[in-house]
Every structure is written in C-alpha cells, then in structure tokens.
Design a protein around this ligand. Structure first.
Ligand code: HEC
Length: 183
C-alpha cells in the first residue's frame, strides 16, 4: 500500500514536472497555445505523431521528439501480408507507420521546422486541411489512420488553437517519407 502510494506520488511529481516545463515553454502564456496544448493531448496526436520509447507498459511518447513524425532514420522491413478476413492493418513500434488497404502511411512532422515540418503552413491552410481531409485543403487525400474527420468537428477557434500550440513547440528536422500505394 505504502509502496503503491510512493509510486503514485512519483508519477504525480513527474506529471507536475512535465506541466511545469510546458508552462515555461515560449508562448505558454498565450491562452490559444494553452487551449491548443489541451486539445492536442486529448486528440491523441502524440499517439501517432511522436516516436516512442519502450517502457514496461509498452511504447510511450518520447518527450524529446514531440510530434516530429515517423523518424526518417528508421528502416522498416516489408509490411506483413494483410487481408480483411485476417488482420486488416498493422503499425510499427513507434506507432508512426501504418499499413492497411490504403497502402503505407507515415505520421507527419507537426513541429514548426520550416523544411520538414509545418513551418511554412499558414493557419488558414491548417484549418482547410482538417476541414477537407486534403493536403493543404486542395492536394491529395489524407490517408488513414489520420482522424481528420474528428478534427473537422472542432470549431475554427479550436483548430486555430491547435495550430498555435503546434507553432509553439520545438522545431525538429525530420523528413517523413512519402506514403506508399497498396500492393
Ligand atoms: C491514429 C493515428 C493518428 C492520430 C491520432 C493523429 N494523426 Fe495526424 N496523421 C497520421 C498519419 C498516418 C498522417 C499521414 C497521412 C498521409 O500521409 O496521408 C497524418 C497526417 C497529419 C497531418 C498532415 C496532413 C497533410 O496534409 O500533410 C497533420 C497536420 C496532422 N496529421 C495533424 C494531427 C493532429 C493535430 C492530431 C491530433 C489532434 C493528429 N494528427 C492525430 C496519423 C494520426
């Protein structure tokens, strides 16, 4: 009981430390950035867009590589054979690469890095992308499992807040590969 409590308070301290470091990050005083951080957390963006570290409870987001997308340095073996009456989709250990009937998709780099992230996107392009499910609002269709339909249900203010938060995080250089067509 006592040990369990100690573990719980260590976890609480770790959470407090994470929150504190977030509070000190640039732009954190901006209410839109704060709201964006909250929505990104609830929206599970880290589940797919942040590379993982292995823990006894499975893969967990690596805070040092927040939202930097599928790591360009990782070479994956060919995807397993899938079929609708067997297993329909599979993912890698980072949960950043996904294979299914749509081919292979790689979670995008959402950091403000200019060349490899969303650095050159405008807030209008971000909102349009999430509303239409098309790259920059006019390009190719965004592939599963990116849940853009869920984001499309948010109001403009919340989508703008998400973008404000994505602008406030550390830019990380990581060129995510282009998706592969189905076999
Ligand atoms: C279940 C996994 C998953 C979750 C959760 C997820 N994404 Fe994605 N996301 C992806 C994948 C995979 C792609 C790449 C899709 C493609 O190449 O078409 C992507 C692409 C994107 C893109 C780039 C679209 C483009 O036009 O290039 C943006 C922006 C994005 N996601 C934002 C978010 C945000 C913000 C959240 C959280 C609210 C989120 N994603 C949650 C998997 C996910």
């Amino acid at each position: 009981m006592r040990a369990a409590f100690r573990v719980a308070s260590v976890a609480a301290l770790a959470i407090a430390a994470t929150t504190a470091s977030h509070a000190e990050s640039p732009g954190a005083a901006n209410p839109a950035v704060k709201r964006g951080a909250y929505l990104v957390r609830f929206g599970g963006c880290n589940d797919c867009h942040t590379p993982k570290v292995m823990t006894p409870r499975g893969p967990a987001p690596d805070p040092g590589r927040e939202l930097s997308g599928h790591p360009a340095s990782v070479t994956l073996p060919p995807p397993p054979d899938l079929a609708p009456d067997k297993w329909m989709a599979a993912t890698n250990g980072d949960l950043t690469a996904w294979v299914g009937p749509w081919g292979v998709s790689y979670a995008a780099n959402l950091t403000p890095h200019r060349r490899t992230g969303l650095g050159d996107w405008t807030v209008e392009q971000f909102v349009k992308t999430m509303r239409t499910g098309k790259h920059l609002g006019t390009g190719r269709e965004i592939l599963p499992p990116m849940p853009w339909e869920d984001l499309a249900a948010l109001n403009d203010q919340d989508l703008r807040a998400i973008f404000a938060y994505l602008r406030s995080i550390r830019p990380i250089e990581n060129q995510v590969p282009a998706p592969l067509p189905p076999k």
